[in-house]
Design a protein around this ligand. Structure first.
Ligand code: MTE
Ligand code: HPA
Ligand code: MOS
Length: 764
């Protein structure tokens, strides 16, 4: 879109005036909630004694599962997760009871006085243990294309092995927060930091034994989410709803950072077993992959995440014959959940690991091996979807170009020859990411727009603003459709009574779904305003025009032929109002065409794909294992971006978050199943210091048939995968220790310890 230097909340953010959940004025009678979290990973609850806690002054209520008025269930896709356990806890950090009181401090004191006796049960924490014990969640997810078994004997080369990667903490700036305010007639207002307001509405209704009409969920914006507020927030919001119901007072809850890191679900750790066959050039013939995800104690979104992992194991590459199997394991960890990429990163990382190994076997350059195997126009994925408008050749060319790859490679080699202890390496990661919720029914959005008689505009839509600037984009879309200035538009909070039956803002499709709905709603109003504008122009200028001649642009309506003969938008709105013309419209959008046949394992689940590639140069210190990501280059096919600076921000942020996942972020679970990396000092995420000194993002604007609102493509998740290239840069640097004669045994995250161990092993 032509004008893009907008950021709808920019002024509020930089002046510190932005309000997040709980920043509103406090209602009278407000009480606070603290949770008693299980200290055991798997145990029978023998007794809960809160006699002493109850007598503390200021404590207003202590509630357990017995106090839940409705169903004790927070599961959505699968109903397997009690809100509060009745007799058994299944992860350390599971809420066991809640305390409500007059201050957070008194609640905390009371929580510490509650005496819970546990009888310990057998635990399982890792994928390996869970596989041994057959502790699984749901069913296996499987795909097959061609006949890989028949091909193995025809493959000149076969590689087989395992690869694994760790979990990841969301570390959104705003921790889990909620305020529930009781109203008359068993109605509740819920202000929750959630990506899924309709899910909150349904689950609150369910646990309170009420109905959807009794719960109003309202969300202004989130201080970051990254998938960590798609399901996690449901649990804490439902607990606060029970507390508000039982006390009759408004209740608020704010998770402490250490609680949030230790007790909420995260990205799924994974393990992939692979077998690939290829010819002398490294061209893929057949693949057989099994991907395992550590799902934690309850199903949560694991089945959908597993499916996306399975559907992304091909990444950018065409496998003529392939078999993919996915399995989610049940362990005694917090239920792992959505996190930027939603299984895609685990699939793509595995895919790239294999591609790197193939390059080593056939001694091919990292670009060459990928160009050889990258999808060509019209080739089909393992799930039978044709890949269209593929531009990997162009992307690779551009990436080589902007990074000066040939020179960079020479410089690295020379640096490595001249330096004994410091080593440099280069890694690349192409990305093909499917856009659409994999569950087809979720691909719907809606919007409600009112034009006021003064010409200003109120827009409500079903998406959640979480820092990705969805509201900026939707305001731009409405402004463009109505031909008004961006400044006359107000994007309202997301409220399930204004826009109902919302899908979570996830799967990168917030703008596609809600932006299209907003475009349609604005279009409806514009259609009604055209005759009004025509008449006003004719009357005012004494000319005669047709409705087709009327153009809305730049805050005025004018005749196409005579743009100077214009009427201001506010005058048109005022006239329409006086003539009793409806100035409001609701619209609905569903993604056309997508489907998937789960019996056959075939379909076209994605509306389109996002394409791009990244290159990273990293340096390692072979004495300490310390790493430095020095240079990053990204080429991203952006179709017709609605807002280039916003999209660039998503690309840079995504890269850094992905780079953190594969290099430094490590969740350590002890033998009791406790997360021992529960603070920002023990869980290291990238900071300003870790930004690559050279960081170049190149957008490739293209006119696309396979794209969404105003020719744009989704942006939120795909760039996360660019960060994976940092892992391969580090691996390359390690392997330079033996002049690339041996492959390093490295799994993710590539922490200093693992780097040192990999180097030691290489030297043996
Ligand atoms: N960007 C910011 N600043 N904060 C976030 O929480 N979440 C990511 C991505 N970018 C996130 C973000 C995730 S996981 C998704 S799915 C998308 O934004 C969701 O928003 P969209 O669908 O509007 O792109
Ligand atoms: N992506 C992200 N979040 C989701 C999805 C998906 O495909 N399905 C359900 N929640
Ligand atoms: Mo994003 S993981 O789909 O919220």
């Amino acid at each position: 879109m032509e004008k893009s230097p907008y950021h709808i909340n920019g002024k509020l953010h930089v002046t510190g005036q932005t309000r997040f959940t709980l920043d509103e004025n406090k209602p009278s009678g407000l009480l606070y909630m603290k949770i008693l979290f299980s200290t055991q990973a798997h145990a029978r609850i023998v007794s809960v004694n809160f006699y002493e806690a109850q007598t503390l002054p200021g404590v207003r209520g202590i509630f357990t599962y017995k106090d839940i008025p409705g169903e004790n269930q927070t599961g959505v896709a699968v109903h397997d997760e009690p809100l509060l356990p009745e007799d058994e806890v299944t992860y350390a950090g599971q809420p066991v009871a809640v305390v409500v009181g007059e201050s957070p401090e008194i609640c905390k004191k009371a929580v510490n006085c509650i005496d819970v006796r546990y009888e310990l049960l057998e635990t399982v924490f890792t994928i390996e243990e869970a596989l041994k014990k057959n502790s699984v969640l749901g069913k296996e997810n499987a795909l097959k294309k061609g006949d890989p078994e028949a091909m193995w004997e025809k493959c000149p080369h076969i590689l087989e092995g395992e690869f694994s990667g760790g979990g990841q903490e969301h570390l959104y700036l705003e921790t889990q927060r909620v305020r529930v305010v009781p109203d008359e007639d068993n109605h509740f207002y819920v202000y929750s930091a959630t990506q899924a307001p309709t899910e909150i509405q349904e689950v609150c209704a369910r646990v309170l034994n009420l109905t959807s009409k009794d719960i109003t969920v309202d969300v202004k914006r989130l201080g970051g989410a990254f998938g960590g507020k798609e399901r996690n927030s449901t649990i804490y919001t439902a607990l606060a709803a029970v507390a508000a119901y039982r006390t009759g007072n408004p209740v608020e809850f704010e998770m402490e950072r250490h609680e949030d890191i230790r007790f909420t679900g995260k990205r799924h750790p994974f393990k992939t077993h692979y077998k690939v066959g290829f010819d002398e050039n490294g061209k893929l013939i057949a693949g057989d992959f099994s991907i395992y995800l550590n799902g934690g104690a309850y199903t949560d979104l694991s089945m959908a995440i597993l499916e996306r992992a399975v559907w992304h194991i091909d990444n950018a590459y065409h496998y003529p014959h392939i078999k993919v199997r996915g399995l989610a394991l049940r362990t005694n960890l917090p239920p792992n959940t959505a996190f930027r990429g939603f299984g895609g990163p685990q699939g793509i990382f595995s895919s790239e690991f294999v591609m790197e190994r193939i390059a080593k076997v056939v001694k091919k350059d990292i670009f060459e091996i990928r160009a050889l195997n990258a999808y060509k126009e019209g080739e089909t994925t393992p799930y039978g979807q044709e890949v269209h408008e593929v531009i990997f050749d162009e992307i690779f060319e551009k990436l080589k170009n902007i990074s000066g790859y040939d020179k960079l490679r020479k410089e690295c080699d020379e640096f490595n020859r001249n330096n004994k202890y410091k080593k440099r390496g280069i890694g690349i990661t192409p990305v093909k990411f499917g856009i659409s919720f994999t569950a087809a029914f979720l691909n719907q959005g809606a919007a409600l727009i009112w034009v006021f008689s003064d010409g200003t505009v109120s827009v409500s839509h079903g998406g959640i603003e979480m820092g990705q600037e969805l509201n900026t984009k939707i305001a731009q879309i409405v402004a463009k459709t109505l031909g008004v200035s961006f400044d006359v538009i107000k994007i309202e909070s997301t409220n399930v009574k204004r826009v109902a039956n919302t899908s979570p803002t996830a799967a990168s499709s917030g703008t596609d779904l809600n932006g299209n709905a907003a475009r349609l709603a604005a279009g409806k109003i514009k259609k009604r305003l055209i005759p009004v504008a025509k008449e006003l122009i004719e009357k005012h200028y004494g000319i005669s025009i047709t409705e087709d001649d009327v153009v809305f642009d730049n805050g005025v309506a004018c005749s196409k032929e005579n743009p100077e003969k214009s009427i201001p938008f506010n005058e048109i709105a005022e006239t329409a109002y006086m003539n009793r013309i409806n100035l409001g419209a609701q619209a609905f959008y569903k993604t056309p065409g997508i489907y998937f046949d789960r019996e056959k394992g075939k379909g076209e689940p994605f509306y389109y794909f996002v394409f791009g590639a990244a290159l990273t140069q990293a340096e390692i210190d072979t004495l300490t294992g310390a790493t430095e990501v020095q240079k990053a280059f990204i080429v991203h096919e952006s179709a017709n971006s609605i807002n280039i600076p916003v999209d660039k921000g998503q690309i840079e942020g995504g890269y850094i978050q992905g780079m953190g996942w594969v290099t430094m972020e490590e969740i350590v679970i002890n033998e009791k199943g406790e997360n021992t990396t529960g603070t920002t000092s023990t869980y290291k995420i990238p900071s300003f210091d870790d930004l690559p000194e050279v960081f170049k993002v190149e957008m490739l604007p293209r006119k696309r048939k396979f794209a969404s609102v105003y020719g744009s493509k989704a942006i939120g998740e795909p760039p996360f995968m660019y960060g994976i290239s940092a892992f391969f840069a580090i691996k390359d640097a390690i392997e330079s220790v033996t002049d690339h004669k041996k492959e390093a045994d490295l799994t993710a995250p590539a922490t200093p310890e693992k780097i040192l161990m990999a180097i030691e092993e290489l030297k043996d």
